[in-house]
Design a protein around this ligand. Structure first.
Ligand code: PGA
Length: 248
């Protein structure tokens, strides 16, 4: 695991965007695995800025998102479809047909999961997967206890995760109780992974990930120790409890 410490949230975005831009320039039809949440926002902002200033084109890029809430329509401002359009897709030149996000309104959710796995295979797999990390170590919506062997699946969200995401909703009750998420197995099949972390609320999770090398279902992000090409970009607050001298 390669760790890149940065100062703050904006530096995180600049640094992470450089990885993505370099990949897209080298491989214009790259498959990007994208994430939602607060953490990637500065990265997407930096990509938009670069697109405007330097003309990096996403005409041939394909994107697959990690997850989506069950039960929210695409135009619901809390859906991850909406988030991605608002934060990135509406501001770059990616064609709609190249954008893939699980459909949380599918009538057969199991079939939707299988469709999503097939789709990723047909695209040739993910070149670079962007990940955030939950305070409990979840990646995507793979909560503690999830098997590392499952592919895309429907999950029951933990109360902790729903509370963490309640800030975007009017009430906790409105936060969906389920989501579709790529499994850890999908994530580990990506050719490279970029894990992003910012802020003091991630310090515990980063300490557990980087000070220890124990791989356990109880801490889903620990699965990343099994992958050969993981880069962690994290700011000072997120790394405040990490011993960079003897990292895992
Ligand atoms: P956040 O979420 O970026 O909003 O902190 C990350 C996650 O829960 O995976």
């Amino acid at each position: 695991m390669h760790i890149i410490p940065v100062k703050d949230f904006n530096d995180l975005g600049r640094k992470a965007s450089q990885f993505i831009i370099q990949l897209v320039r080298e491989k214009p039809d790259a498959v990007l695995g994208l994430a939602t949440g607060s953490t990637p926002k500065s990265t997407y902002k930096a990509l938009i800025q670069d697109h405007r200033l330097n003309g990096t084109s996403y005409q041939h890029v394909r994107t697959v998102n990690l997850d989506e809430y069950v039960g929210l329509a695409k135009d619901n401002p809390n859906s991850y479809h909406y988030f991605m359009r608002d934060q990135l897709f509406n501001h770059i030149d990616i064609p709609d047909r190249n954008i893939y996000i699980p459909n949380g309104l599918a009538s057969d959710l199991e079939e939707e999961c299988r469709r999503y796995d097939r789709l990723i295979t047909e695209l040739g797999g993910v070149d670079l997967q962007i990940l955030g990390i939950g305070r409990n170590g979840h990646i995507g919506f793979n909560e503690p206890g999830t098997s590392f062997e499952v592919m895309t699946h429907v999950v029951d969200l933990t109360l902790d995760t729903r509370k963490a995401n309640a800030r975007f909703f009017n009430t906790l009750e409105e936060v969906p109780k389920q989501a579709i998420t790529m499994g850890i197995k999908n994530i580990l099949q990506s050719r490279s992974i970029l894990l992003l972390a910012s802020g003091p609320s991630k310090a515990d999770a980063m300490a557990r990930l980087l000070n220890e090398s124990k791989i356990t279902n109880a801490f889903p992000a620990s699965s990343l120790h099994q992958h050969r090409n993981v880069t962690v970009i994290a700011d000072e607050d997120a790394l405040s409890m990490v011993y960079l001298g003897r990292r895992a």
